[in-house]
Design a protein around this ligand. Sequence first.
Ligand SMILES: Nc1ncnc2c1ncn2[C@@H]1O[C@H](COP(=O)(O)OP(=O)(O)OP(=O)(O)O)[C@@H](O)[C@H]1O
Ligand SMILES: [Mg+2]
Length: 357
Amino acid sequence: MLFRKGITVIDIGTDSIKGVKFKRKRGTLFVDRIGRKSLPYESIEDGYIVDEAAVGNRLNELADELGCRSSKIITTIPNNNLVIRNMELPYIEDEKKMAEALKWESEDHLPYPVESAVQDFKILSRENGRAQILLVAAKSDLIDNIMNVFERAYLTPTVINIQPMALISLVEYQNHIENTVAIVDIGNSGTRVVIGNNHNIYLFRNIDIGGFEFTRIIMEEDNLSYIEAENIKKKNGLPEIEGGIESFELAIEQIALTGLGQSHMLISQARSLADQIGRSLDYYEMKFKSPVDRIYVTGGGAKLAGLINVIRQEIGRELFLLDPFLNIGYRKGIALTKEEFAIAVGLGVSEVLEDEG
Ligand SMILES: Nc1ncnc2c1ncn2[C@@H]1O[C@H](COP(=O)(O)OP(=O)(O)OP(=O)(O)O)[C@@H](O)[C@H]1O
Ligand SMILES: [Mg+2]
């Protein structure tokens, strides 16, 4: 079905809600309106919206600004507890029975009981009575929680998609990927690594260091409020590494020796994040014996000055900033920020790709 009144995508992040209203113009996606609303500190914890009233209010305001009440609403769920796995099962013709079989098989892969999960799957291929399957599982109460907040804003999402799929779809739409790519979304509450191509998602990892981790260090070290620490982080970025990247190791040692506690902690946290990203890439390449073609970076956390350089240095690979608006038309004069909107644009793209089959 084509969406005559347009589609609107809402991505509720722990730092802000992003909304994009799309139209279709000459067969391509066109960004009609875009908006972002900051959320109060700690209104979302461990993926759960704890302050439903505050988030509902912000969502309501955003919906008014976008003028999206009569469009098709698409949203996403947080990455907490999201499980994406490649599995092999005996092939069963009947989809319902297949889902049932998968439910039993997936038990070992979930960090929570199957009864409290919502599952979906895609058959990737079939051979000799066996099926290769992509399993997606999420905690059902997370979905209830999000739906409550939408209800408070008088909105009814008709599609809920997962963020890794949105990111892969975006790159696929823009670059017609054949080879496998990695996308690193450095958000507020965490960083996600997605490795996939237009057929499959091979790996999905949730790393618990995101933009907030750097704010937290500044809050604790300088005894500052969240807002104060947030401002300092955005203004200063990571501490400079004197002598450039070449003397990185040396600089780390010096920082440690001179006892600059906060600088040291910020840099080590950045390195720890880089190290975990690198390990995900290495793991994929070892397991599938195939290289990652390109690594894209996105998410507001990627704006932390110096962070991308630290990651590059640590993992020794080139990184590309993902531009969600590449090959996508948009209304003249609207303010676009690349880092924050990849998920939202990707959700829209994913819907179009689905539409076109
Ligand atoms: N100029 C900047 N310098 C440093 N950090 C920044 C800058 N701009 C935004 N950030 C950080 O980016 C993060 C927000 O990014 P993003 O909008 O991608 O997160 P989110 O989607 O709300 O969070 P999550 O996906 O983890 O729930 C915050 O931690 C914020 O401090
Ligand atoms: Mg996010």
